[in-house]
Write a protein that binds this ligand. Structure first.
Ligand code: SF4
Length: 380
């Protein structure tokens, strides 16, 4: 009898465990279903181009240092550049860069008359103390966009409050630099575009309320377009604030689960009459370039202007997916966008020039990539 009783108890316990397991599975399943979903994107696929051939994932040496949050663990607003840690190579004067610089290049692209590299591909320093009002404004912008708050100014401190509103900074017709680069994106440059079909943000800056107010003054934000998984910054916060839709390529979606819409495949997509989305797998699998108004390319980390070479370039040392795929993607981009006057990247220099010269520079870059020219040590 005792054995029978114990057997019944054992059966009851096992049954209970089974029922609990089923309930738990059901709850977790419902939980997954309730997670944010990406609605299927039914967009026209005109201008489609054959998908660039992709090779196996290649590993490349990393030239761009990776941002280390542990080195800058305090909230951004609490950080200030420290004169006691100023780089010894700064020229004497009130402006300085301290030793927390991560060499993201953003200040040198924004204020090339003030900042330079200490050594090739090294931390920034102040090469010329700003004297003119234009240089002062450029240095002020650089100080505000620095992702690590590494730029400082000490007494005699100039009257920065007398300068115009630093950001968003109009850099091309309808196109603004957002400033306030995010440490989460290694200081990627981001853009704000005003247009009749709804304003755009290209990649995500740091959340700064004054920037949000200025964007609101300029008509708010309809869409946030992400070039790839690395340059997301605080896009979620801006999207939430403005009720904007957020777009990213399916292959990079895991980095932006809050996105509302996806692009899929490797064919170009006409997002709107003035904007085409061109997938460029290479830097990451889900990288895209935005061709805006036929004269402007927002290129993320897939293509940039090298000030050191005076030519278009790409980051072989920071190619996370496939360098050969990136070459094929840029070859397709050259076919799809034969005329462009602006190249506005996330990292690296921006440029404005003659479309024929820029197109030739792109073709030369691609030919070099295809023939095995080593770009891993190309200068910024
Ligand atoms: S913006 Fe800041 S982190 Fe980037 S290169 Fe300049 S000083 Fe260094």
């Amino acid at each position: 009898m005792l054995g029978l009783g114990l057997g019944l108890v054992l059966v009851l316990v096992l049954g209970l465990v089974l029922v609990l397991g089923l309930v738990l599975g059901l709850v977790l399943g419902l939980g997954l279903d309730a997670a944010p979903r990406f609605p299927a994107v039914a967009l026209p696929t005109q201008n489609a181009t054959p998908a660039p051939a992709t090779s196996a994932i290649t590993k490349n040496p990393v030239r761009i240092p990776q941002y280390c949050p542990a080195a800058h663990s305090r909230p951004y607003s609490k950080r200030m550049a420290k004169p006691s840690r100023a780089h010894p190579a700064n020229v004497p004067g009130p402006w300085f860069v301290d030793d927390t610089c991560i060499d993201c290049d953003a200040c040198r692209d924004t204020a090339p008359g003030v900042f330079t590299s200490y050594d090739r591909d090294s931390q920034s320093i102040v090469a010329h103390q700003p004297v003119t009002r234009d240089d002062l404004l450029a240095a002020h912008r650089a100080m505000l966009l620095c992702p690590t708050a590494s730029i400082g100014v000490r007494a005699p401190r100039p009257d920065l409050a007398a300068l115009p509103e630093p950001f968003p900074q109009l850099i091309a017709p309808g196109v603004h630099r957002c400033g306030y680069n995010s440490p989460d994106s290694f200081g990627a440059t981001t853009y704000f575009v005003t247009r009749p079909g709804g304003n755009l943000m290209i990649d995500g800056p740091r959340w700064v309320p004054s920037l949000a107010r200025r964007i609101a003054d300029l008509g708010g934000l309809a869409h946030i377009l992400l070039t790839h998984r690395d340059d997301i910054g605080d896009a979620a916060r801006y999207a939430d604030h403005f009720g904007a839709r957020v777009w990213i390529h399916d292959a990079d979606r895991s980095a932006a689960r809050f996105a509302t819409d996806l692009w899929r495949g490797d064919a170009a997509i006409d997002f709107a009459p003035d904007l085409c989305v061109i997938p460029v797998p290479g830097h990451t699998r889900g990288s895209v370039v935005f061709r805006f108004r036929d004269d402007t390319l927002f290129t993320g980390d897939s293509l940039h202007w090298s000030r050191g070479m005076g030519a278009l370039s790409a980051f072989e040392g920071a190619c996370w997916y496939s360098w050969s795929a990136q070459a094929a993607s840029l070859r397709a981009l050259a076919d799809l966008a034969p005329r462009f006057a602006w190249v506005l990247p996330g990292h690296g220099g921006h440029t404005h020039g003659d479309p024929a010269v820029l197109h030739q520079s792109l073709l030369t870059l691609v030919a070099g990539m295809e023939s095995g020219v080593d770009h891993s040590a190309a200068p910024w």
